[in-house]
Design a protein around this ligand. Sequence first.
Ligand code: ADP
Ligand code: MG
Length: 357
Amino acid sequence: MQSDPPRIGQRLGPYIVEEPVGEGAMARVYQARHTGTGREVAVKVLHARVANDEVAVERFRREYETASSLSHDRIVEVVDFGQTVDGSYFMTMEYLEGQELGLVLEKEGALGPARVVRIVCQLALGLHHAHADGVIHRDLKPGNIFVSAGEGGDEVSILDFGSVKLQLVSGRKLTALGTTLGSPCYMSPEQAMGKLDVDQRTDVFALAAILHELATGQVAFGGDEAAEILMKIVAEEPPPVSASNHAYSWAFDDVVKKGLHKDKTKRFGSAVELAEAMLRSLGLDADVEKWARSSESAIVDALESSTDTTEVASPPPMVYPTSVPAPLPRRSSGLVSVLTAVLMFLAVVATVWAILS
Ligand SMILES: Nc1ncnc2c1ncn2[C@@H]1O[C@H](COP(=O)(O)OP(=O)(O)O)[C@@H](O)[C@H]1O
Ligand SMILES: [Mg+2]
């Protein structure tokens, strides 16, 4: 496999590359500096192994066009696009200091409600802006969310608009396909089943999966194999958040459950609706903009005073088994494998179709 040429000290347009800061399936990201203005930027350079792949390049260009057309505090600001001397492509972005949300979760596990409120309200506003512009992210996941430390707490930026629908002109090679599929943990059931009418509720599903993970420290749909994860996405529900983290109530469980509904028409219609329902479930008013910019300590205070005034709801009635539980239906592992294969096939076909159409 072709490795990336050394970039440190290399000139990319008016920028000098200084040090590597991150890497994804498509590209490596470096810190760089504008030789004239001294402005610090992040420069994302397409991996050499995909730099000659028409689909990957088109996807990268589309990422640049999409992200540069979106101007929002919660969406990474994209500046320039250009070609390297060795024939690869780069784009420059505002340089963000901090870490991927995925790393925060890895290091810290489940987060408390105040941080979750701030992060989810900010994400919802960024997504809402993109959706209002007709842009569906399609690959929202903790690895594509960047967290910086602001004065009042976490400041999130949505990265990587590379999975938005591509408009290609004619027949292509499909070596970028694997990167398009990526990790399926946050894929919506309609994406997993290969349906083509993906809309903003696909991002709402991913946001709900992230909400579950923020509150539990566990992925909503996990597994060792992509096929196993896809099966869970279309057929299973994750355990309720309140079962593992008592800082969250049954009302919060209901929000996650609705956000993860298999039928997109039964999900929240927008990311902001999900954030509003989350706020209400925690006893806060549903002003998403306000809570997105409130400091973490102000949110902690508001949550405390809301629990002081909120009556504790009585638990749902326990249902005791009156007889020996029925034996679990025997699973035919052959049937599961066939279903899995069909699902994977449909997802691949849909992705190919989405890239070509
Ligand atoms: N503007 C930025 N500032 C700092 N780090 C960034 C920036 N953009 C991306 N990164 C880091 O680089 C990683 C890969 O970037 P990403 O755009 O997700 O690439 P890919 O399309 O290959 O997945 C990110 O997960 C993040 O850690
Ligand atoms: Mg990425």
